[in-house]
Ligand binder design. Structure first.
Ligand code: FE
Length: 253
C-alpha cells in the first residue's frame, strides 16, 4: 500500500505513510508533499522504515524528484535514516542548526554533509515546484530545543511533528476530541517543555489557515472545529517544567 492521499489539487499532492514502523517501535508517520515535479519528504524515520518508504514513495513519484528531506528535530524516529536518503536521492536535508553536527553520529557520511541546510531559529520559507512556498515555523522546546514544523499553504496542512502526537489509538483521523485526549495527554505533559511555549505556539498558528493538523505520531485533526479544539487544548495545557517540583529532584534510594 503506497500511502494515504491527504490532499490533491492543481499539481499538489500530500501523502501519509502510517503503517511502516515495526511493532516494537513507536508508531511514526511519514509525509510526502509533491508540488509539480518537486517533492519534500518529512521526518522519514529510521532504518526499519527507510526501504519500505522508498518503495512506497517510488510508486508515487520518481525518487530523484525528492528535492528536500525535512527533519523536524534530532530524534532517531525522524533522522536515523538520513544517510540512506541522501545516498538514494539528490535531496538536501533541512534541520535546526543546533543539530547538524550531531548527524554524523547517525552515520551521515562526511561526503554528504554539504547537502545539509541548517535552519536558523526563526525558521524560513521553502519554495517547492516553482510556486508553492512552504513555511518552516519555530516550535522550539516542543519538545526538542531546536524544533520546527511545516505549514503547507497549498494544502492548508500543518505538519506539527511531536506536537499533537497520540499513541495507542486505532484510527487515522480523530472523530471525538474528548475521547482522543487520553491518547495524547501523558505524552504532552512529559515531553513538552512548558506551558509558556505552548501559548506562544497557539498565538502564532492562529495566523494560519489550517484544514488539517498532521502530527508525526498517531492520528490527524481534520476540519476547522477539531483544529481549533486542538489549538485551544495546547494553549491551556500544563506540561513539562510547570508540573515539576523539588521532590522530583531527589537522589534515589
Ligand atoms: Fe521527538
Amino acid at each position: 500500500m503506497a500511502g494515504i492521499k491527504l490532499f490533491e489539487s492543481d499539481g499538489h499532492r500530500v501523502f501519509l505513510f502510517e503503517e511502516l514502523t515495526p511493532a516494537s517501535a513507536v508508531q511514526a508517520n511519514q509525509f510526502l508533499i509533491v508540488h509539480n515535479d518537486e517533492a519534500v519528504l518529512l521526518d522519514p524515520g529510521g532504518h526499519k522504515v527507510q526501504s519500505k518508504l522508498f518503495a512506497d514513495m517510488s510508486v508515487l513519484i520518481p525518487p530523484q524528484q525528492v528535492r528536500y528531506i525535512f527533519l523536524s528535530h534530532q530524534d532517531p524516529d525522524i533522522v536515523a535514516s538520513v544517510n540512506y536518503w541522501l545516498m538514494t536521492t539528490e535531496a538536501q536535508a533541512l534541520i535546526s542548526k543546533l543539530w547538524t553536527r550531531f548527524l554524523p553520529h547517525f552515520g551521515l557520511d562526511s561526503k554528504l554533509e554539504n547537502r545539509l541546510i541548517p535552519i536558523d531559529d526563526g525558521g524560513m520559507k521553502l519554495k517547492l515546484g516553482g510556486d508553492c512556498e512552504l513555511l518552516i515555523i519555530p516550535a522550539h522546546f516542543m519538545h526538542s530545543p531546536g524544533n520546527f514544523q511545516v505549514y503547507d499553504p497549498c494544502s492548508k496542512i500543518l505538519f506539527s511533528g511531536d506536537l499533537g502526537a497520540s499513541l495507542g489509538q486505532d484510527y487515522v483521523f480523530v472523530e471525538d476530541f474528548d475521547a482522543h485526549l487520553k491518547y495524547m495527554e501523558g505524552f504532552h505533559r512529559r515531553y513538552m517543555a512548558s506551558g509558556k511555549v505552548m501559548k506562544f505556539w497557539a498565538d502564532m498558528v492562529r495566523g494560519l489557515d489550517i484544514d488539517i493538523v498532521a502530527p508525526q505520531h498517531g492520528a490527524m485533526f481534520r476540519g476547522k472545529e477539531l483544529v481549533n479544539r486542538f489549538i485551544e487544548w495546547v494553549e491551556n495545557l500544563e506540561c513539562g517544567v510547570d508540573l515539576l517540583s523539588e521532590k522530583d529532584y531527589t537522589l534515589p534510594g
